[in-house]
Design a protein around this ligand. Structure first.
Ligand SMILES: Cc1cc2nc3c(=O)[nH]c(=O)nc-3n(C[C@H](O)[C@H](O)[C@H](O)COP(=O)(O)OP(=O)(O)OC[C@H]3O[C@@H](n4cnc5c(N)ncnc54)[C@H](O)[C@@H]3O)c2cc1C
Ligand SMILES: Cc1cc2nc3c(=O)[nH]c(=O)nc-3n(C[C@H](O)[C@H](O)[C@H](O)COP(=O)(O)O)c2cc1C
Length: 397
């Protein structure tokens, strides 16, 4: 922040009052607009402003007051046709950047070529160009999360005859609960983008349809793509009905009381804890290992730093190297090097990871059809790996 004052050479007070009146989102849209506004008063050269400027209404409003030209970085990696789509009024056609930075910055920092989590062909467009399938197949896709939807989209684009079965009443899988917090709005847009794309393709989608081995065997499918996702890991603290998985609070916030202890300081625990705190709950995050978010090992460093800072900004106590040893009706008992302690809790949220839901894939192997397992049911990971997995299988099928 100090450096910011130097660069802008503006009164620190101006920036401070704006900053504290705008508690930061998790990389909010148009986050540099205030800097642009300050700069605009100081310089008489055109200002190009970037920083999540992919909301067209917000961008238009910023022109003239905060900047003269809109710069787009990551949104063009997600969808290089974004400007043309805005010009044509086809806003629902824009594949949204979700600011995860998993495919762009994180890959660069690992020495890998730049790409995009939601657009696997970014940076290798020629190599991954979709070609019509030589042999058109009946493809049955089981699971309507992002992996299933990406597989359906790419298979249909290549001319396969696709049926997608989803056991719940909704498409989107774990991204539905995951996108409930306001700072995950682009994940919601991503689900909507997939629904729009699937709606334009000749894909048979059946919701409320749980598939089993028989469903797959009796179908006329030549190939079955299993995309059945994951199940949350449960810890046994006895039969306590105030212990919830993150999804059960995200999709049903009224389940949360006033004092919430989050067990597990991974991405799901930290983001959901932040969301609960902003809803006015008293939140404590308890993490068994020495660092939350795995020390940033599996996240882009920028998102890791930001999320850690936001937890501190919201004064959320984070107890690392600490284990929950018991859950009672109104408290949890924790154990650390410092000894045993009790924390008030009328609600406990479990966020200790997910296991692949691969039972159906295991049952189907060897059934005489081509079988693939993609996304979290193959390896529990993230949005990028679900989409990339699906893209790879579907473009080669
Ligand atoms: C709360 C939360 C927040 C998250 N936040 C992020 C994040 O910020 N960034 C990120 O990269 N990742 C995040 N993740 C992880 C990410 O959501 C998953 O990696 C991704 O959704 C995996 O996609 P998938 O399609 O493989 O599985 P899922 O999304 O789990 O979808 C599987 C689908 O299969 C359906 N299904 C299961 N069995 C059957 C059956 N027998 N028949 C028919 N349908 C079936 C399920 O109902 C579900 O809709 C989050 C996860 C959670 C839970
Ligand atoms: C993969 C990647 C590489 C970047 N490299 C640089 C850089 O070398 N120098 C720089 O000033 N900004 C860099 N940036 C920041 C961008 O210029 C831009 O300010 C930022 O991405 C915000 O805009 P956006 O939301 O449109 O992506 C980079 C951003 C990304 C995603």
């Amino acid at each position: 922040m100090e450096a910011g004052y130097d660069i802008l050479n503006v009164d620190a007070g101006t920036y401070d009052s704006w900053y504290w009146n705008h508690p930061p989102m998790y990389f909010e849209k148009g986050m540099y607009r205030e800097f642009g506004k300050i700069l605009k008063k100081e310089v008489d050269v055109p200002i190009i402003l970037a920083g999540r400027m992919d909301d067209p209404d917000m961008a238009v409003e910023a022109l003239g007051t905060c900047c003269d030209i809109i710069g787009l970085g990551r949104p063009l990696l997600a969808d290089s046709e974004l400007p043309m789509k805005i010009q044509a009024g086809k806003l629902d056609e824009i594949r949204p950047c979700i600011s995860c930075q998993q495919g762009c910055l994180a890959r660069l920092s690992q020495g890998l070529p730049l790409s995009c989590a939601v657009n696997p062909s970014c940076g290798r467009e020629e190599e991954t160009k979709l070609t019509p399938a030589l042999c058109k197949k009946n493809v049955l896709i089981i699971g309507g999360g992002l992996a299933g939807m990406e597989a359906a989209r790419v298979c249909a684009l290549r001319g396969h005859k696709v049926t997608l079965l989803e056991k719940s009443a909704y498409l989107g899988g774990n991204v539905r609960p995951g996108s409930v917090p306001d700072f995950k709005e682009d994940d919601r847009h991503l689900i909507e983008w997939y629904k729009t794309q699937l709606g334009k393709l000749p894909i048979k989608i059946k919701l409320n349809c749980s598939a089993d081995r028989e469903t797959a065997e009796r179908s006329n499918a030549d190939a079955v793509i299993v995309a059945t996702g994951s199940n949350p890991i449960k810890l046994d603290f006895g039969n306590k009905n105030h212990i919830y998985a993150a999804e059960e609070l995200l999709l049903c916030p009224e389940n949360a009381g006033k004092d919430v202890v989050v067990i597990g300081g991974g991405l799901v625990g930290c983001e959901t804890g932040l969301w609960l705190k902003r809803m006015g709950k008293n939140v404590t995050i308890v993490e068994a290992t020495p660092q939350i978010l795995g020390g940033g090992a599996d996240m882009c460093f920028a998102n890791y730093d930001m999320l850690k800072d936001l937890l501190a900004f919201e004064n959320i106590p984070v107890l690392c190297s600490t284990k929950v040893t018991a859950v009672d009706d109104n408290s949890v008992t924790v154990q650390s090097e410092k000894g045993e302690d009790k924390i008030n809790a009328d609600t406990v949220m479990l966020a200790v990871g997910y296991r692949p839901n691969a039972a159906l894939y295991d049952e189907l192997r060897g059934c005489g059809k081509e079988i693939y397992n993609i996304g979290d049911s193959r390896h529990v990971h993230n949005i990028m790996s679900a989409i990339w997995d699906a893209f790879q299988v579907a473009r080669e099928l």
